[in-house]
Design a protein around this ligand. Structure first.
Ligand code: DIG
Ligand code: MN
Ligand code: MN
Length: 389
């Protein structure tokens, strides 16, 4: 595919979950439209496309009822595929949502025995992830939610979630796994409402954990857009808080069911500012948690994977163009330098500073009359994105 600037390489750190290119096209109203693709084939094909690694839920690789011998054989073959291709496993996670046992939650199930089973399953999955070299562990609470609020006090759900994560942080430390935990939010689907529905809610929750230092967030584009939020702003807050430990890249056509679309296929301007931000302040994996349209065959799946990485690299090139554009940079300087006079940064509080500020003469009319050339600035941005500048 054409320009070498858009050719994915392992140094770009693009990763895909086994479940993403392995998605068989099932949806709530239709059966699979594609055959399975084995994890070994996924590793090989993604490596050929220029990806850096793959991520997995425990049961993407090891069936939930596999015997110990079957587990070891599967892991051995998978590790061989990783060695043969040089592909990495930066992230692992647990499937705490597919098996019916989790029908009313995993860590937040009202049944303490289900909560114990969820912890047991997660520890075993953490062991697998560590064996494959993962240093990031994602928690997506897809079943941690409710349809009937009479059944559960959300404060109990928070308490049980905290209890589980505190225990698992201790387990990671005790085992010497050195994991960084990344909490992934989603407002609903599959539950009517999911607890901790946004990345902002997760940031507030992390502050209440015993080992808050080893816990960050894994924001997903579509999940925040399902709530009508600006994903670029969400990620900027996570970075500013030092908590962007991982990221799930995909796309979404505004507030509706979770579409997990190819990255860059819908929200061009928002994802342009996201890529520009990531390239300047995040060095972790660029993980695509997305899947091809249900209508695609296997070749379409690989087109989808190539398209995710290509769109990221196109937007990265556009960001460079934006930052080197003299007219844009001049407009930004004009907008950011206020009314032209030097203004001291506010700095720490003092009574003297407060009294001086209360007496400071500020001409409200003059402040109001300052031009803000946002139409020109945004049009230049759009010109770059349209490829006409
Ligand atoms: C869905 O967006 C969730 C699950 O696929 C997985 O647990 C997590 C990891 O990226 N994302
Ligand atoms: Mn999703
Ligand atoms: Mn995700």
């Amino acid at each position: 595919m054409g320009n070498d600037n858009y050719k994915p390489k392992p140094e770009h750190k693009f990763t895909f979950g086994l479940w993403t290119v392995g998605n068989r096209g099932r949806d709530p109203f239709g059966d699979a439209t594609r055959p399975s693709i084995s994890p070994v084939t996924i590793v090989k094909r993604l490596s050929e496309l220029g990806a850096y690694g793959v991520n997995l839920h425990d049961n993407d690789l090891v069936p939930i009822d596999a015997t110990a011998a079957e587990r070891d054989r599967i892991v051995r073959e998978f590790k061989q595929a990783l060695d043969d291709s040089g592909m990495k496993v930066p992230m692992a996670t647990t499937n705490l949502f597919y098996d019916p046992v989790f029908k009313d939650g995993a860590f937040t199930s009202s049944d303490p025995r289900v909560r114990l089973y969820a912890l047991q399953k997660t520890m075993r999955s953490m062991d697998l992830g560590a064996e494959l070299g993962a240093r990031i562990y994602v928690f997506w609470g897809g079943r941690e939610g409710a349809e009937v609020d009479a059944a559960k006090d959300p404060r109990d759900a928070l308490k049980w979630n905290r209890e589980a994560l505190n225990f698992l942080c201790e387990y990671s430390i005790d085992q010497g796994y050195d994991y960084r935990f990344a909490l992934e939010a989603k407002p609903n689907e599959p539950r009517g409402d999911i607890y901790l529905p946004t990345t902002g809610a997760m940031l507030g929750f992390i502050a209440t954990l015993d080992h808050a230092d080893m816990v960050g967030v894994n924001p997903e584009v579509g999940h925040e857009q399902m709530s009508g939020l600006n994903f670029y702003h969400v990620v900027a807050q996570a970075i500013e808080a030092g908590k962007l430990f991982h990221i799930d890249l995909n796309d979404q056509k505004g507030p509706r069911f979770d579409q997990d679309l190819r990255f860059g296929s819908e929200s061009i301007k928002n994802l342009f500012f996201l890529v520009r931000l990531l390239e300047s302040s995040y060095d972790g994996p660029r993980h695509f948690d997305a899947h091809s349209y249900r209508s695609e065959n296997e070749e379409g799946v690989w087109e989808f994977a190539a398209g995710c990485m290509r769109n990221y690299l196109i937007l990265k090139e556009k960001a460079r163009q934006f930052d080197e554009d003299k007219e844009i940079q001049a407009l930004l300087a004009e907008i950011r330098n206020g009314s032209g006079e030097e203004v001291e940064p506010l700095g720490a509080y003092s009574r003297e500073k407060a009294n001086n500020l209360k007496e400071l003469s500020l001409d409200r009319a003059a402040l109001t009359s300052k031009p803000l050339p946002y139409e020109r600035l945004d049009q230049l941005t759009v010109d770059i994105l349209f490829g006409v500048r």
